[in-house]
Write a protein that binds this ligand. Structure first.
Ligand code: AMP
Ligand code: GLY
Length: 423
C-alpha cells in the first residue's frame, strides 16, 4: 500500500517507524514530517491543518491509506473528507473527534453514559462560572471548552486563582474562541496515567498504558508541557485497573458514541486519574499521545498497518494485540525556554552516536535540515530519545547514555524520566 502519515512530531516519527516494519507498506509519505521522518518516508510539504490540500494530494497520488496523527485535522474533518473521496483513513470523524474538540461535549457524554469522572459545570457566561466557583470552593479546575494546545487548563488551588482563570480564558480570550465556553470541574487527587484503546466503531481492544511527565522540571516541578518523557508499561495501571478502565470508561463511551450517531473509530486515549485503585476519566484525546506513542511503538509486536486497517473496516472483534516483554522509555529533549519562548534553527550533532547505543532509537519531534544539510531544531519539543531494556532502569540508563552523546548546547531534558516506576 501507499501510505500517507499526517503530522510532524515525535508521534508521527514513531508511527512511521512502526508502519515501515509492516510488509503491507510499499511506499510511505509524510506531510509535512521532519528531518528524522525523512529517513523513512518521502516528505510532502503540506501542513497537517491544510485538510483540503491533503485530500487533493492523496487523490492525485492515489494514496491507499492515510494515518492521521494530531487532533487538529481530525477535528477539522480530514477523516470525513478522505472518506468522501474514497480514501481509507485511520482516525475518527469530526463528529467523533468532538470528544477532544469540546471538553463540554466530552463531559456530557461521560455523564450520560455513566463514566466515572469529576463533577462539572459548563458555562458560556463568566459571571455564572464565577458563581459556581465561589459556591464550590477550591481546589477547583477551569478548562477552555475548545482546543488550546494542551494549555487551556488551570488547576486552581485558591478561589481567586480560579476566578482569574475565568477572566483570562473568557475575558482576555488568551486561547481565542476555545475560551468562549468553559468547563469548571472538581479537583481530583491521585496518580495520572495514559491508557490507549483501538476502536472500530463497535469493538474496542485495549492497547497499553503509559505514564507521561507533564511538568517541565525534575521532580514534576514548573509549568505544564506537552510531555517531557514517558514509559510503558505503567505499573500504576495494573491488570485489574486496565480491566476497570475498559469496562467503566472505554466500552460505555464506545457504545454511547455509536448510540449518538457518532461511531468512534481510531485510537481512543483516556487520560486517567487513579486513586485507591479506582480510575476516573480526566479527559479523552482522539489520537495517540505524544510522547506516549514513541514508547508504545517501541513495544508493539503486532503489524500496526493490519491493526489500523481492521479498525477502519470494523474487523477488530476477536483480534489480539501483542507486545514485546521489555519496557520502553522516552526522554524528550526540548529547546531551552520551552514551554515559553525558545530559539529555532540551532544545530544538533551526535545523533548517529546516540542512535548507536544498544536498544536506542532517536525519534525526531521538531527538526528540519538546514541549507547545509545539518539537523536543526524546529520546535519546542525537538527529540525523543527512545530506549528499550530488560527493565525500566536499563531502558532509562540507555536513554540517558544516548542523550549524553547528543551535542546540542541549546537543548535540555529532564533527568528523572521514569522515577515513579523506579521508586
Ligand atoms: P487535561 O488537558 O484535561 O488533561 O488537563 C491537563 C492536566 O491538568 C492533567 O494532565 C492533570 O494533571 C490536570 N487536571 C485536569 N483536570 C483535573 C482535575 N479534575 N483534577 C486534577 N487535575 C486535573
Ligand atoms: N502527552 C499527552 C498528550 O499527547 O496529550
Amino acid at each position: 500500500m501507499k501510505i500517507l502519515v499526517v503530522g510532524s512530531g515525535g508521534r508521527e516519527h514513531a508511527l512511521c517507524w512502526a508502519i515501515r516494519r509492516s510488509p503491507l507498506c510499499r511506499e510511505l509519505l509524510c506531510a509535512p514530517g521532519n528531518a528524522g521522518i525523512a529517513d523513512l518516508a518521502t516528505l510532502v510539504p503540506i501542513a497537517a491543518e491544510e485538510v483540503d490540500a491533503l485530500v487533493d494530494y492523496a487523490k492525485a497520488q492515489a494514496v491507499d491509506f492515510v494515518v492521521i496523527g494530531p487532533e487538529a485535522p481530525l477535528v477539522l474533518g480530514l477523516a470525513d473528507k478522505l472518506a468522501a473521496a474514497g480514501i481509507k483513513a485511520f482516525g475518527p470523524s469530526a463528529a467523533a473527534a468532538e470528544l477532544e474538540g469540546s471538553k463540554g461535549f466530552m463531559k456530557d457524554i461521560l455523564a450520560k453514559y455513566g463514566v466515572p469522572t469529576a463533577a462539572y459545570g459548563r458555562f458560556t457566561d463568566a459571571e455564572a462560572a464565577k458563581a459556581f466557583i465561589r459556591a464550590k470552593g477550591a481546589p477547583i479546575v477551569v478548562k477552555t471548552d475548545g482546543l488550546a494546545a494542551g494549555k487551556g487548563v488551570v488547576v486552581a488551588m485558591t478561589v481567586d486563582e480560579a476566578l482569574a482563570a475565568v477572566d483570562m480564558m473568557m475575558g482576555d480570550k488568551v486561547f481565542g474562541a476555545a475560551g468562549d465556553e468553559l468547563v469548571v470541574e472538581e479537583f481530583l487527587a491521585g496518580e495520572e496515567a495514559s491508557f490507549f484503546a483501538i476502536v472500530d466503531g463497535e469493538t474496542a481492544l485495549p492497547l497499553a498504558a503509559a505514564q507521561d511527565h507533564k511538568r517541565v522540571g525534575d521532580g514534576d516541578t514548573g509549568p505544564n508541557t506537552g510531555g517531557m518523557g514517558a514509559y510503558s508499561p505503567a505499573p500504576v495501571v495494573t491488570a485489574e485497573i486496565a480491566a476497570k478502565v475498559m469496562e467503566h470508561c472505554i466500552l460505555p463511551t464506545v457504545r454511547g458514541m455509536a448510540a449518538e450517531g457518532r461511531p468512534y473509530k481510531g485510537v481512543l486515549f483516556a487520560g486517567l486519574m487513579i486513586e485507591d485503585g479506582e480510575p476516573k476519566l480526566l479527559e479523552y484525546n482522539v489520537r495517540f499521545g505524544d510522547p506516549e506513542c514513541q514508547v508504545l511503538m517501541a513495544r508493539l509486536d503486532t503489524d500496526i498497518v493490519e491493526l489500523m486497517l481492521a479498525a477502519c473496516d470494523g474487523r477488530l472483534s476477536g483480534r489480539t494485540v501483542s507486545w514485546k516483554p521489555d519496557p520502553a522509555l522516552v526522554v524528550v529533549m526540548a529547546a531551552r525556554g520551552y514551554p515559553g519562548s525558545y530559539a529555532k534553527g540551532t544545530v544538533i550533532d551526535g545523533l548517529d552516536q546516540a542512535g548507536a547505543v544498544p536498544g536506542v532509537t532517536v525519534l525526531h519531534a521538531g527538526t528540519r535540515r538546514d541549507a547545509e544539510g545539518r539537523v536543526v531544531a524546529n520546535g519546542g519539543r525537538v527529540l525523543g530519545v527512545t530506549a528499550v531494556g530488560a527493565t525500566v532502569a536499563e531502558a532509562q540508563a540507555r536513554a540517558y547514555q544516548a542523550v549524553d552523546r547528543i551535542r546540542w548546547p541549546e537543548g535540555f531534558c529532564r533527568r528523572d524520566i521514569g522515577w515513579r516506576a523506579l521508586g
